[in-house]
Design a protein around this ligand. Structure first.
Ligand SMILES: C[S@@+](CC[C@H](N)C(=O)[O-])C[C@H]1O[C@@H](n2cnc3c(N)ncnc32)[C@H](O)[C@@H]1O
Length: 317
């Protein structure tokens, strides 16, 4: 039997595979403004000072807006693509941007709010736990996590995570093609047409391979192919609960609520934050908390809906 080598998961490979990571202006234009997300983040903390850590900040489009709303907060954006970090620092100065891998980064501070918007689906299943550990490492009781699993705008994807699909029932080797679709985009780079075809495969973890063809006004074209691993909201909630996180109810109603934004908000403290920065005595305390909250996770299926708000309660000490 031929064993397929694992695709490389590096910043360079990611950039090479996705035109939007090479053209941040276009990425910004397609994603659109992040005002609603920024407003949501800003509304999570009723304090003059606060620390926000945006994991996988990309072009900094959300942090830039938070900076406008909360000029006294300390904002950190981490992304491993130098190109994007440079662009963010240039176009949206103010926050501290670091080129780092979100699986291992440690900014040396706890965050009051951690955001991870449209990032976890780009992380191969084997690496998701490392990103969750990073979240845990920067959390303390009351830290809020706002995460979005589906792209903020999705003109370019043909299937979204929120759609319940019995992917796990697919035979191991069977892959399924989604219908191809074509879009015209009036962009800063001129008129362009993009055709997208998605292949879905996988058993335990579904994998989407997205093939796009971009056709530019000047007659040139670019093909890109990249993979995404849709993470189900209840899977995420279960994993976070094991790390001591619980759904948070703060963003439920009104315009810009979690439901509107398709975001999930959690609060908590992770026992997995047993890293060098955290003293042993506190580690024991955190382990105790994890037991309390893993019990809560048993009731999660009841509270995890197909819409997007996951709220499990708050760790307060
Ligand atoms: C789809 S973009 C979303 C960017 C931004 N959060 C937004 O909403 O505009 C996903 C981002 O995650 C970043 N990313 C993925 N894996 C990463 C890793 N291991 N370390 C750092 N950044 C990562 C990518 O470089 C990319 O900028």
């Amino acid at each position: 039997m031929r064993i397929r080598p694992r695709a490389r998961f590096t910043a360079q490979a990611m950039q090479a595979a996705n035109l939007l990571y090479r053209r941040p202006v276009l990425a910004d234009e397609i994603a659109g403004p992040a005002s609603a997300h920024a407003a949501a983040v800003s509304s999570l903390l009723h304090r003059d000072r606060g620390v926000v850590l945006d994991l996988g900040c990309g072009t900094g489009r959300m942090l830039g807006e938070v900076a406008g709303l909360r000029p006294r907060w300390d904002l950190y954006g981490v992304d491993w693509q130098l190109h994007l970090i440079r662009y963010a620092a240039q176009v949206r100065p103010g926050p501290t941007y670091e080129r780092r891998d979100i699986r291992h980064v440690d900014i040396g501070r706890y965050a009051d709010v951690i955001t991870c918007i449209d990032v976890l689906n780009d992380i191969p299943p084997r690496a998701v736990k490392d990103v969750l550990r990073t979240i845990a490492r920067h959390s303390r009781p009351g830290t809020l996590l706002l995460t979005q699993l589906t792209p903020p705008t999705r003109p370019l994807v043909t299937r979204t995570l929120a759609t319940p699909t019995p992917l796990n029932l697919l035979p191991r080797r069977q892959a399924r093609d989604e219908p191809e679709h074509t879009q015209q985009i009036h962009s800063v780079l001129g008129e362009l047409t993009v055709t997208t075809r998605t292949t879905v495969s996988g058993v335990r973890n579904s994998c989407e391979t997205i093939h796009r063809s971009w056709f530019f006004e000047d007659g040139s074209s670019v093909q890109d192919t990249f993979r995404r691993w849709p993470l189900q909201p209840d899977d995420l909630a279960g994993r976070l609960a094991r790390l001591g996180f619980a759904p948070h109810h703060g963003l439920q109603h009104g315009h810009g609520s979690a439901g509107d934004l398709r975001v999930h908000v959690f609060t908590g403290k992770s026992p997995a934050a047993a890293t060098t920065r955290i003293p042993r005595a506190r580690r024991q305390h955190q382990v105790h908390l994890s037991y309390r909250f893993s019990a809560l996770s048993r009731s999660m299926p009841a509270v995890i809906p197909h819409h997007d708000v996951l709220q499990i309660g708050a760790i307060t000490s």
